[in-house]
Design a binder for this molecule. Structure first.
Ligand SMILES: CC(C)(COP(=O)(O)OP(=O)(O)OC[C@H]1O[C@@H](n2cnc3c(N)ncnc32)[C@H](O)[C@@H]1OP(=O)(O)O)[C@@H](O)C(=O)NCCC(=O)NCCS
Length: 153
């Protein structure tokens, strides 16, 4: 029987084996332009950071798969009952609906104690804003950024 297409898109926990892909997507020019920190990171520093993040129970880091292909990643850093989302889609895979999908999928992975998810975007990052709005998040002003938030659980 043919597998349903939507079942092929899923999140799995990131591992150290994802380090190089995550770094490439992170250092991509458009990702940097749309991020609060503009610096390019080297592989050694990135591996140290990733290893630490993977060991933290308050950090949930996933890779989105489409079949056997990695198409993006999303991280939720939890403080109290609030989880802050950071995410990116692989440069060659942008503009195909994955950004909207990855946010929808991460909500289902959150433990019950996470009551609210937020995402901070630069004000001119309209594409990311559309991803949050499409998932029912509401926007509020946060100085030079927009804060998208949604109650879950
Ligand atoms: C922001 C990002 C995650 C969005 O993922 P994506 O897969 O490209 O987005 P989608 O394909 O789901 O598109 C979301 C919406 O933006 C629109 N869109 C996508 N790319 C666009 C583009 N280049 N120009 C204009 N609109 C665009 C889509 O049409 C869609 O609109 P809709 O709500 O009307 O359907 C991705 O572009 C990315 O990784 N950017 C760099 C890193 C980044 O900005 N991360 C977020 C930091 S807060």
């Amino acid at each position: 029987m043919e597998e349903k297409k939507e079942n092929r898109i899923f999140l799995r926990r990131a591992t150290m084996e994802d380090a190089e892909d995550l770094l490439r997507w992170r250092n991509d020019e458009t990702t940097r332009a749309n991020s609060f920190t503009k610096d390019v990171i080297d592989l050694d520093s990135h591996k140290k950071w990733l290893s630490k993040k993977l060991s933290q129970s308050d950090c949930h880091l996933f890779v989105m798969m489409d079949g056997d292909e990695k198409v993006g990643n999303i991280r939720v850093d939890v403080e109290g009952d609030v989880g802050e989302i950071s995410y990116m889609i692989a440069p060659k895979k942008r503009g195909r609906g994955y950004g909207k999908k990855i946010i929808a999928l991460v909500e289902k992975e959150m433990p019950a104690e996470v009551k609210t998810l937020i995402g901070l975007t630069l004000k001119d990052n309209k594409v990311s804003g559309r991803c949050f709005l499409a998932n029912g998040y509401t926007a509020s002003d946060a100085e030079d950024a927009l804060c998208y938030s949604k109650g879950i659980n």
